[in-house]
Ligand binder design. Structure first.
Ligand code: NAP
Length: 248
């Protein structure tokens, strides 16, 4: 049995969205470390390329805006043409545009739903067509602890709750094809997304974490690597918190 370092994902073909920084970068690095050939996809091409360079010779960086269904279809087709298969999809790209409900603009609502929910749908639909035919595959969706409700995040919570429903539905539909679909709900992870939060609020949030520290992208990436591996073949439709006990 493979160990959780080095060869868990030997030669698997993986795509990670939002891989240009933060949690997505951590996931891309971890999957590559475990032997996967990783396509690092991000709306910011230069950052995707930077991460891909660090992920080794076989990795590649591509520009992808997950809000564009046509781009999602095209990138999955490119992977199929190039490698003949797609083993792992990690839907990580996400944004937040926080505001209290009564002040939230239509634009803030639509932007977050477009990236955090529709983007996951477009990529999952495209990948599922290939994985169904192949009779195997792993889809890991990055939701958030906020899916259960969080002040100032009506748009984000709705999108992330949508990701849970989408993941569980996809898990049911794809199980007969031996494709697993799971959602991870990170708590408070130290990235650009959380560094924009005022210091006093950050400290309050971290103080609520039983394990006593903010998470790191590597904490999330380790769980993704397991769920993406052959060894997780009997785990599907799960919603897994990675938050240092944040939700306890
Ligand atoms: P981040 O540091 O802001 O990184 C997100 C990445 O996604 C950026 O590189 C961003 O590119 C890219 N992106 C944005 N819109 C995109 C699009 N339309 N298509 C493709 N890529 C796009 O965020 P993070 O903290 O790593 O978060 C990663 C995921 O974890 C998100 O889904 C987030 O909701 C979730 N999450 C984060 C936390 C946390 O505490 N950080 C907690 C729970 C869940 P640009 O730089 O060009 O915008």
């Amino acid at each position: 049995m493979a160990l959780l370092s080095g060869d868990l994902l030997n030669e698997k073909i993986a795509i990670v969205t939002g891989a240009g920084r933060g949690i997505g970068e951590g996931i891309a690095r971890k999957l590559a470390h475990e032997g996967a050939i990783v396509v690092c996809a991000d709306v910011n091409f230069s950052e995707a390329e930077r991460v891909a360079r660090d992920c080794g010779k076989q990795a590649s960086g591509v520009r992808l805006d997950v809000t564009q269904a046509g781009e999602c279809d095209a990138i999955v087709k490119n992977i199929l043409d190039r490698y003949g298969r797609l083993d792992i999809l990690v839907n990580n790209a996400g944004i937040n545009r926080d505001a209290m409900l009564h002040k939230m603009t239509d634009e803030q609502w639509h932007q977050v739903i477009a990236v955090d929910l529709s983007g996951v749908f477009f990529m999952t639909r495209a990948a599922s067509r290939i994985m169904r035919a192949a009779g195997s595959g792993r889809i890991v969706n990055i939701s958030s602890a906020s899916w259960m409700g969080n002040i100032g995040q009506a748009n984000y919570a709705a999108a992330k709750a949508g990701v849970v429903g989408l993941s569980r539905t996809a898990a049911k539909e794809l199980a007969r094809s031996q494709v697993t679909v799971n959602a991870i709900c990170p708590g408070f992870i130290d990235t650009v997304m959380t560094r924009s939060i005022p210091e006093a609020i950050r400290e309050q949030q971290v103080a609520k974490i039983p394990l006593g520290r903010a998470g790191q992208p590597a904490d999330v990436a380790a769980v993704v690597a397991f769920l993406a591996s052959d060894e997780a073949g009997y785990v599907t439709g799960e919603v897994i918190n990675v938050g240092g006990g944040y939700v306890l």
